[in-house]
Design a protein around this ligand. Structure first.
Ligand code: NAD
Length: 260
């Protein structure tokens, strides 16, 4: 389904050298889009990812270093792409601490990377989409954009914020062939989630499998993780004509988490 229908389109995925961003980028490339990959690093491995993706899917793929915590870098990433039909705001980080102990630098970084970056990239990309006469802005929010958990104040605030930004972007483009939506995943077993497991094991005196079953999947009625491929499929669906009237809203891919 949806094979090669994005041929001739250019897609930017922020934070795409790992996890969900990498999975989404592969799926967009498989659908025929030329890709701009991004992270804040500039390693041989980053550029090799781009070469491998180009070879696998037969599309043009570039890697552009840009730090999504910096507004100027966000705008420069879009300018470096030269054109932008599809923008996936995916870059994100996490930190877990009670509010009185929450380090201010972590709060600022999470708000900048998980929320403000999407404002800057969207501001730079919308004029390009208007010039091209078509566009899709897809923000990777979270189940934490619709619900909350203790000790994740900055993450929950940023994800609720990006859901709000999605609504405003959808309204500002409603009369144009441009849509903006947010995808709200539950847990996906990526490096971001893996990084939380050791502390949780220590905190509750549990083994890895017990943390997965009793802490992470406890929130998900499906008792299973979503995959990066399934999130890629959701992004590609939002890029399709079938989704042309879906805008300013959220799609949950969370195994029932937010239905509870
Ligand atoms: P991940 O750690 O695998 O990927 C995060 C990506 O963001 C990486 O490519 C990283 O290099 C990039 N990044 C981090 N800081 C950056 C910066 N300053 N500039 C540019 N890029 C930067 O994690 P993931 O789970 O794939 O997360 C991707 C998105 O999905 C995040 O926005 C996250 O909040 C969201 N999300 C993840 C889950 C989950 O369970 N994994 C659930 C809901 C939402």
């Amino acid at each position: 389904m949806f094979e090669k229908f994005l041929k001739g389109k250019t897609a930017i995925v922020t934070g795409s050298n790992s996890g969900i961003g990498l999975g989404v980028a592969h799926r967009l490339a498989r659908a025929g889009a030329d890709m701009v990959l991004n992270s804040f690093t500039d390693s041989d491995q980053d550029h090799q990812l781009a070469r491998d993706m180009a070879a696998e899917h037969g599309v043009a793929v570039r890697y552009v270093k840009a730090d999504m915590s910096k507004g100027d870098d966000c705008r420069a990433l879009v300018e470096a792409a030269g054109t932008c039909d599809i923008l996936v705001n995916n870059a994100g980080i996490q930190h877990v601490a009670a509010i009185p102990d929450f380090p201010v630098d972590k709060w600022n970084a999470i708000i900048a990377i998980n929320l403000s970056s999407a404002f800057h990239t969207t501001a730079a990309a919308l004029p390009m989409m208007r010039k091209g006469g078509w566009g899709r802005v897809i923000n990777i929010a979270s189940a934490h954009g619709l619900t909350a958990s203790p000790y994740k104040s900055a993450y929950v605030a940023a994800k609720h914020g990006i859901v709000g930004l999605t609504k405003v972007t959808g309204l500002e483009t409603a009369r144009e062939p441009i849509t903006c939506n947010a995808i709200c995943p539950g847990y996906v077993l990526t490096p971001l989630v893996e990084a939380q497991i050791p502390d949780t094991m220590e905190k509750y005196g549990m083994g890895r499998e017990e943390v997965i079953e009793k802490v992470l999947l406890e929130r998900q009625p499906s008792k299973d993780f979503a995959t990066t491929e399934q999130l890629g499929d959701t992004v590609v669906f939002l890029c399709s004509d079938a989704a042309a009237q879906i805008t300013g809203t959220t799609i949950s891919v969370d195994g029932g988490w937010t239905a509870l």
